[in-house]
Design a protein. Structure first.
Length: 223
């Protein structure tokens, strides 16, 4: 069977819309995941055993279940929980449920990255800041976290690449991301193989280019 990629050009508007959906999910998932992951990391590093154990339980739970299950759970189960709490039907939509699922799932991985970054900063800096009269919050915000995030940038980008690839799982709740758009357009004109090959090439180019950037940053920060 001969491959015919001529149908891809006319389908570009739909494929581009799918890519925008993929990038929206990734960016919002990364931003929310880093924010929540930072809070969890500080909880794990806290002197409070309760906070540390709660954050540890959260991380261990979400790292022990597949992302597909989390996406499906938020899409199907959360409306029932909200109905039980509020007594009213509160549909959250496929996009919102996927964004929340990505944020909460990725937070478990970003938490460990942030925690390792904070622990890599010499403890003497914390002691010196406290000796100058700075509070724990000020020390973290102004001294420790800026240095830690600089060191963590390559790992954060690497995890973002993984999330970019994982966004293809949103097909289970009917969202039309880039891969789902390619699959649908291919099915319509009977050229699914060509569209899937094209989608694979696009994913490879983006992920490989981002990986090269990560390696470059690692070498730069190592110096």
């Amino acid at each position: 069977m001969e491959l015919d990629f001529s149908g891809i050009i006319p389908a570009m508007p739909g494929l581009w819309n799918g890519m925008i959906m993929t990038l929206k999910l990734m960016v919002m998932g990364v931003i929310g995941g880093i924010a929540l992951g930072t809070i969890l990391a500080l909880m794990r590093l806290s002197s409070s055993k309760l906070l540390s154990r709660l954050a540890g339980a959260y991380v261990n739970y979400f790292r022990s279940i597949p992302l597909l299950l989390v996406i499906t759970w938020f899409y199907l189960a959360v409306p029932f929980v909200l109905r039980w709490i509020t007594g009213e039907d509160t549909p959250i939509g496929a996009f919102t449920s996927c964004v929340v699922a990505f944020m909460m799932f990725e937070a478990a991985y970003f938490c460990e990255i942030v925690r390792a970054g904070v622990q890599s900063i010499p403890k003497g800096q914390m002691a010196a800041a406290q000796a100058m009269g700075m509070t724990y919050g000020q020390t973290m915000r102004l001294i420790i976290l800026p240095q830690a995030f600089r060191k963590m940038t390559p790992l954060l980008l690497q995890q973002s690449i993984i999330l970019f690839q994982d966004t293809s799982l949103v097909y289970t709740v009917g969202l039309v991301d880039f891969l789902n758009s390619a699959r649908s357009n291919g099915d319509i004109i009977g050229r699914s193989n060509e569209f899937l090959i094209f989608a694979g090439v696009v994913y490879f180019i983006i992920s490989f280019s981002a990986s090269l950037l990560v390696k470059r940053l690692q070498k730069r920060f190592a110096v």
